[in-house]
Design a protein around this ligand. Structure first.
Ligand SMILES: Nc1ncnc2c1ncn2[C@@H]1O[C@H](COP(=O)(O)OP(=O)(O)OP(=O)(O)O)[C@@H](O)[C@H]1O
Ligand SMILES: [Mg+2]
Length: 191
């Protein structure tokens, strides 16, 4: 099974993918925890490019979108391998992040045609103001506007794609419990 956590920056994806891994391991389930961009050569290049302060023009964004799709294509083989070994794949972001962050859904869909959709996607939904207080280093109005736009896009996609929406504006343990309630039945587990 391939599980993905999505959500705006600061919504708790890293926190909760780690907690899911810990919980499943404790229950004797093997886990393959991943994140996007990955630590492949392409993923490292993406991270480097994202540091570029001038990384806003259209052609740069297009290039990034292509690199994200390439990084994800490499990842698909690793996911298939992990699943064939009976591991549960828990991912911090997936193909849906490209749908939300990059413009042009048709083109983005096409270049990501080798990327499998997760079996279960949870959207950690959080208001942008709270997300900003959780993210270090972002406090401008532009950042807030961007987070708001991204959240709206996530909520639209959630409706279309049937994501499980988790209220991330609760304490960490409550959010984890809510995530467990979604995942446990899918994995044939009791909580
Ligand atoms: N439910 C919560 N309540 C309070 N603080 C939280 C909660 N969830 C996460 N945090 C804290 O908020 C910060 C951001 O969380 P985290 O790094 O997991 O978010 P993220 O979605 O991975 O962000 P990014 O997309 O920037 O990587 C961390 O310091 C984390 O400890
Ligand atoms: Mg993170």
């Amino acid at each position: 099974m391939y599980v993905c956590l999505e959500g705006i920056d600061g919504s708790g994806k890293s926190t909760h993918t780690a907690m899911i891994e810990k919980w499943l391991k404790k229950c004797g389930i093997q886990v393959f925890r991943i994140f996007e961009p990955t630590d492949s050569k392409v993923g490292r290049l993406i991270r480097e490019m994202l540091q570029d302060p001038g990384a806003t023009d259209e052609n740069f964004q297009r290039t990034l979108a292509l690199l994200f799709a390439a990084d994800r294509t490499i990842l698909m083989e690793k996911i298939a391998q992990a699943e064939s070994e009976g591991r549960v794949v828990v991912s911090d972001r997936c193909f849906y992040s490209s749908m939300v962050y990059q413009d042009g859904p048709e083109w983005i869909g096409e270049i990501n045609k080798f990327a499998r959709k997760p079996d279960v996607t949870l959207l950690l939904d959080l208001d942008p103001e709270t997300a900003m207080t959780r993210c270090k280093g972002s406090d401008s109005f532009e950042d807030l506007k961007f987070l708001s736009r991204t959240r709206t896009r996530y909520l639209e996609l959630a409706e279309k794609e049937g994501f499980f929406i988790v209220n991330a504006d609760n304490g960490i343990n409550k959010v984890h419990d809510d995530i467990k309630h979604v995942l446990a039945p899918k994995l044939g587990m009791c909580i």
